[in-house]
Design a protein around this ligand. Structure first.
Ligand SMILES: [Zn+2]
Ligand SMILES: [Zn+2]
Length: 286
């Protein structure tokens, strides 16, 4: 199978249009939001859109389809009200992902402010289990991917270890894997820029979630320094990471099963395509 390389795309004019856009810019996988990422209310998926999307993806060989969960969802909030709303909203995210036939739904594990990290971890696992309870995911290949975060204070998932702990807790009740974000890892303090640092960081992947669990790499360069904990994405090759770490990722056989998706800024029209081209240009041809 060919390497899966793509980018986050807008869904103006309907989610199915994104499939054709992906192909036009040379991508064979992509990520979308299935609702406005900063609003609680989400519209229902039009079943005709979903069917059109599935047919287009099959005929154009575009996949996996990755959906990113709304930023409002906080499954480990100390507030019962926010947590309840988050569980309902996340259930809606899973329902829409299943209707659209998405393979992956990416989730930030949330902020445990006001609690301990262990309490946050426990709440996150309970909330996610609750959200997916009774939904028809069996046999679909669908997975929830826990994304590592930039390591800001109180945010769960700032280390590979924390992501892995949540995955272990969820394994018995939910289909779960991992999405690692290069920018988040870099600003959280992981060295992926030097060759030795990359090897050490990959050792940490091996001893926490393991390579097989990493279904998606979010490929973003960083505007901020390593260890700064400031989450600002930059065009690939133009930030504090530079282009070399991305060459290692896309050619690392231990991630042959992973999709590589840029969530780079759109400063000018065509930026999505440019970042996809940069990623594709890094793949060693056999
Ligand atoms: Zn994210
Ligand atoms: Zn990301």
């Amino acid at each position: 199978m060919s390497k899966r390389i793509g980018v986050h795309l807008g869904t103006a004019g309907g989610a199915s249009n994104a499939v054709e856009r992906a192909r036009e810019i040379g991508a064979n996988t992509f990520q979308i939001f299935s609702s406005s990422p900063r609003m609680w209310r989400a519209p229902k998926v039009d079943p005709r859109q979903a069917e059109r999307m599935k047919a287009l993806r099959a005929s154009l060989d575009v996949g996996p389809l990755v959906i990113h969960t709304s930023y409002l969802v906080n499954v480990c909030s100390q507030s019962d009200d926010v947590r309840q709303k988050s569980i309902e909203a996340f259930r809606g995210e899973i329902e829409r992902a299943l209707i659209l036939g998405a393979e992956y739904l990416v989730l930030h594990p949330g902020s445990w402010k006001g609690l301990t990290r262990d309490e946050g971890l426990k709440l996150a696992a309970e909330s996610i289990t609750h959200a997916i309870d009774g939904l028809p995911w069996h046999g679909t290949g669908f997975h929830i991917l826990i994304e590592n975060t930039a390591g800001a204070e109180f945010s769960l998932g700032g280390s590979f270890q924390q992501v892995a702990e949540l995955v272990v807790r969820l394994k018995p009740t939910a289909p779960v894997g991992v999405c690692l974000d290069t920018c988040h890892s870099h600003v959280a303090g992981y060295d992926m820029v030097s060759a030795e640092g990359y090897a050490e960081t990959m050792d940490q992947v091996a001893t926490t979630m393991g390579f097989g669990a990493v279904r998606v790499w979010h490929c973003n360069d960083a505007k901020s320094e390593r260890g700064s904990k400031l989450d600002r994405h930059e065009h690939i090759g133009q930030g504090t990471m530079g282009v070399e770490p991305f060459r290692r990722f896309v050619n690392d056989e231990r991630f042959a099963h992973s999709a590589f998706i840029a969530e780079t800024p759109v400063d000018e029209p065509g930026d999505e395509g440019r970042n996809v081209r940069v990623l594709k240009s890094l793949v060693n041809s056999a």
